[in-house]
Design a binder for this molecule. Structure first.
Ligand code: PRP
Ligand code: ADE
Length: 182
């Protein structure tokens, strides 16, 4: 069983709040010190991977999707921990083959995300993994990409949720697993 409280403690202790970055009024949650600490990194990966298991501890998803860029750092080891494949959802113009694209807004701007059309097979169950759930725009766009491939997003696992931005208003019925709510 992952030690969820150890992961939460490490996240609270090591995440650095950066005021007014990348623009005035935004407090940026810098998780790089968490990644730099082997024990903390390992604890948060195990805690995130739990969202991909059922009540008996069996793996309940077929793929793990990570959103560029910080999502990649977390989703790839989560996929390995679960023994399943990893799918990158990339910012526009980075994927070399036929891709689906969805545009969206986030806390500090707008962007387009893309996924290879054949990265997720019809009917596959997909866990989304990212570091921060802020407005929820990234998660909603990624769910749309999974569905355009014919897959089913079963949930999203994040390190932290910025509750004051009310992301669950837009994530709707998608189950959210978060280690910290701020
Ligand atoms: O809930 P939202 O308002 O959509 O914000 C959350 C997203 O914002 C950040 O990514 P960003 O697009 O800044 O990219 P990065 O990982 O490359 O820094 C973060 O890693 C999430 O993916
Ligand atoms: N405040 C924030 N800190 C880190 N990543 C974010 N993504 C969106 N809002 C963010």
């Amino acid at each position: 069983m992952p030690d969820r409280s150890a992961a939460q403690e490490a996240l609270t202790r090591l995440t650095v709040d950066v005021p007014d970055w990348p623009e005035p009024g935004v407090t940026f949650k810098d998780i790089t010190p968490v990644l730099a600490d082997h024990h903390a990194f390992s604890a948060v990966i195990d805690a995130l991977a739990a969202a991909g298991r059922d009540d008996h501890g069996n793996v309940a998803v077929d793929k793990v999707v990570g959103m560029e860029a910080r999502g990649f750092i977390l989703a790839a080891p989560v996929a390995l921990a679960l023994g399943i494949g990893f799918v990158p959802v990339r910012k526009a113009g980075k994927l070399p083959r036929a891709a689906h694209a969805v545009s969206y807004s986030l806390e500090y701007g707008e962007a387009t995300l893309e996924v290879h059309r054949d990265a997720i097979a019809p009917g596959e169950r997909v866990l989304l993994v990212d570091d921060v759930l802020a407005t929820g725009g990234t998660v909603v766009a990624t769910r749309e990409l999974v569905e355009r491939c014919g897959g089913v997003a079963t949930g999203v696992a994040v390190l932290m949720e910025l509750g004051f931005l009310d992301p669950r208003k837009v994530t709707g019925d998608l189950p959210v697993s978060t280690l910290l709510t701020i």
